[in-house]
Design a protein around this ligand. Structure first.
Ligand SMILES: [Zn+2]
Length: 89
């Protein structure tokens, strides 16, 4: 990952541990999709517990890996919306 944006020079990692918030976003999106998916499949299809656990368990493993860079991007955009000047500027 670049340290700064190539076009606008926005600094990406402003301090150590900056992207911990992205982990929260990643976890929250994963949990919301898995829980909603579980209850959705249970309600509309009536899928039993064992296949649901296999499905959403494996989803909870691979989805955060795929969504990792998007959660960083979301975290950056949230920080840029609420604090565009950055810390101490
Ligand atoms: Zn930029």
């Amino acid at each position: 990952m670049y340290q700064d944006c190539l076009s606008c020079d926005l600094r990406f990692e402003r301090e150590q541990g900056y992207f911990v918030g992205a982990i929260y976003i990643n976890y929250a999106v994963t949990a919301v999709i898995a829980i909603a998916g579980y209850f959705g499949l249970d309600h509309f299809i009536g899928l039993s517990l064992a296949p649901q656990l296999i499905l959403w368990g494996s989803f909870a493993v691979w989805f955060p890996l795929v969504f990792f860079r998007y959660s960083r991007s979301l975290w950056l955009s949230l920080d840029y919306i609420f604090n565009p000047e950055g810390p101490g500027v």
